[in-house]
Design a protein around this ligand. Structure first.
Ligand SMILES: *[C@@H]1O[C@H](CO)[C@@H](O)[C@H](O)[C@H]1NC(C)=O
Ligand SMILES: *[C@@H]1O[C@H](CO)[C@@H](O)[C@H](O)[C@H]1NC(C)=O
Ligand SMILES: *[C@@H]1O[C@H](CO)[C@@H](O)[C@H](O)[C@H]1NC(C)=O
Ligand SMILES: *[C@@H]1O[C@H](CO)[C@@H](O)[C@H](O)[C@H]1NC(C)=O
Ligand SMILES: *[C@@H]1O[C@H](CO)[C@@H](O)[C@H](O)[C@H]1NC(C)=O
Length: 544
């Protein structure tokens, strides 16, 4: 064979592997070609349904409301009489969806799931900027649950704010455009707002500090990253506990220079925590893109910092590909961070992203330094501004959205409004791993854990080569604008597996529930048994 035909053969082989989606690097499937709305915001609830919404003032969507539900809104800037939906409930089990009624404008808003499983969704734009909308806990198979709204529940307007659940179950709502402060929801004795000067200090001419990255640290303080720097903040006393060094390179990482960030998997028996911030756009990119149609290459770096150290430094690593507007998803193995969606150039904002990045990348926090990134199989769908990704209980990642246009626009534009839903299945879901995949057999659809208490988890698996499995717990996150609010993964302390492979392949493991609500704020979590890097399907557990 000549050199050319060898490389042709190789090329064909690689193409085939990519087309079949079977190669290492995960696989993609199209779940719905058209759900009728663009998935700008997504949240998985503990009934295995995902609440999806975009904004009410996008003009007509491609999903009709049920008869008799048209929205009359004199404040809507696009369409005052609107018989289309801007929110829906997607049922994972049946791969079906139904329209929901949302009235006030949810554009660029935020949310938290309350400890009892209801979705508390806050802020937005125009008539929605002080609204709180609650989506109830629908019992299974119930198909008439819908939003209820209070248009003036917040103290101030919250547009591009970030919510974080606290150990006491309330949400703290941080920042938002022109809001250099925070407030709590539900409100208690402190009905007002508290100043946070760090947010005005990190505002630059492009803003670049919207949707701040907020993570609840294991010491109970908030890690807040805005623009290119971070603080550890005690929200109870309104004091800064620690000032972290500016991220090397000083480039901005928050909207519109949207990078992304996660709190790395927490070892629930240790007192340490690390944060990872990846991608973004160099300073000045937003102005160059919007004023000069110049689309600057996105950042290729990730910064990693041990936020529990007294004077930590950023460890910088280089991704295989530059990325702005990526989403980061903690996979249930506790050893992989998926970086997905986004673009190689430009910034967030209308029409400002270029060169979609179709291949996700997995970052392995425990991997050897220098080889932690693994490029995954590409999707065929560009997902730029206003795209989202959330982990599902079965280990897949639900991916949707992308609308870089002021209205829905399907023609005459480079990146049409995207109405499809896809699932990315990481390698661990491949057929090759089926022997290692445990099935959790503990009874009950959602069982109750108690802080600090051990519990027994039964599981079946055909191939168990080690006495140890890992038990992980994941709080489902609210995904929007490249940040997943409340995303949190705990690796639980666990003992050696009991049981034997003969005559049956049934085992049990004793695991310890997280010691406190500071480690694991109250609410619903997905619990997984991970055997040699392959997670079981999760089960819902509740802790309070
Ligand atoms: C959405 O609806 C518009 C108007 O009816 C139509 O022109 C367009 O083709 C639809 N797009 C999709 C993707 O369904
Ligand atoms: C968690 O931390 C404890 C204490 O440092 C250590 O013994 C244990 O091996 C760690 N577990 C994992 C999964 O890293
Ligand atoms: C703005 O765009 C023009 C081309 O349209 C280019 O020549 C110029 O260098 C750009 N300005 C900057 C600061 O990049
Ligand atoms: C879609 O974008 C094109 C190109 O900018 C524009 O001419 C058209 O008016 C847009 N359509 C809608 C529905 O906004
Ligand atoms: C687990 O294994 C036991 C014993 O073989 C079997 O009775 C049970 O049905 C299995 N459960 C699941 C969920 O596979």
């Amino acid at each position: 064979m000549s050199g050319t035909s060898i490389s042709t053969a190789l090329f064909l082989l690689i193409s085939c592997l990519q087309l079949s989606g079977a190669a290492s690097g995960g696989s993609w499937s199209l779940l719905q070609p058209n759900i009728g709305i663009s998935a700008m915001h997504m949240q998985l609830l503990h009934n295995d349904r995902v609440i999806i919404f975009d904004r009410t003032d996008f003009g007509p969507s491609n999903l009709s409301l049920l008869a008799g539900n048209c929205r009359e809104d004199p404040n809507d800037q696009a369409l005052q009489h609107d018989c289309t939906a801007h929110s829906l409930e997607y049922d994972i089990t049946t791969n079906s969806f139904r329209p929901l009624n949302i009235l006030t404008d949810t554009w660029c808003s935020s949310a938290t799931v309350s400890p009892d499983g209801r979705l508390f969704q806050t802020g937005g734009f125009n008539d929605g900027d002080r609204a709180v909308r609650i989506f109830p806990t629908c019992p299974n198979h119930n198909t008439d649950c819908d939003w209820s709204e209070n248009p003036v529940a917040l103290s101030v307007r919250r547009w591009y704010a970030t919510n974080t659940i606290l150990p006491d179950g309330r949400a703290v709502i941080v920042g938002g455009r022109k809001q250099f402060n925070y407030e709590f929801y539900p409100k208690d004795s402190n009905p007002g707002v508290s100043t946070l000067a760090f947010l005005s200090q990190t505002k630059d001419p492009e803003e670049n500090n919207l949707y701040p990255f907020v993570h609840l640290n294991v010491d109970g303080n908030l890690f807040i990253f805005a623009n290119n720097r971070a603080i550890l903040f005690d929200y109870k006393t309104n004091t800064i506990v620690r000032i972290y060094p500016t991220i090397p390179g000083s480039d901005p990482r928050n909207y519109p220079s949207s990078g992304s960030s996660v709190l790395l998997p927490l070892n629930a028996t240790a007192a340490e925590a690390e944060v990872l911030v990846c991608g973004g756009a160099p300073k000045g990119s937003f102005i160059l893109a919007s004023k000069n149609a110049t689309f600057v290459k996105a950042l290729t770096t990730c910064g990693r910092i041990k936020i529990t150290d007294f004077s930590p430094t950023w460890q910088m690593e280089t991704m295989p590909v530059a990325r702005v507007m990526g989403d980061m998803v903690l996979l249930p193995t506790g050893a992989d961070v998926l970086i997905i969606n986004g673009a190689e150039a430009g910034t967030a904002g209308w029409e400002l992203g270029r060169n979609p990045v179709l291949s996700p990348v997995v970052y392995r926090p425990d991997g050897p330094s220098g080889s932690r990134f693994v490029v995954q199989s590409p999707s065929s769908v560009p997902r730029l501004y206003h795209s989202t990704a959330v982990l599902l209980r079965d280990g897949r990642v639900l991916v949707g959205g992308s609308n870089p246009h002021i209205y829905y626009n399907f023609s005459g534009v480079q990146y049409p409004t995207e109405l499809s839903l896809e699932a990315f299945s990481p390698d661990y879901l491949s057929q090759d791993s089926s022997g290692l995949r445990a099935v959790i057999v503990t009874e009950g659809s959602a069982f109750e854990l108690s802080y600090g208490k051990e519990f027994v988890l039964g599981f079946n698996v055909s191939l168990l080569r080690s006495k140890y499995v890992r038990v992980t717990m994941v709080m489902p996150a609210f995904s929007t604008h490249s940040f997943s609010m409340n995303q949190r993964l705990l690796i639980l302390g666990s003992k050696a597996v009991a049981g034997s492979s003969s005559p049956r392949s049934s085992y049990a493991v004793v695991a310890a529930a997280p010691a406190s609500a500071t480690l694991a704020p109250p609410g619903y979590y997905m619990l997984f048994v991970v055997n040699e890097g392959v997670p079981s399907e999760g089960v819902w557990v509740h802790i309070q």
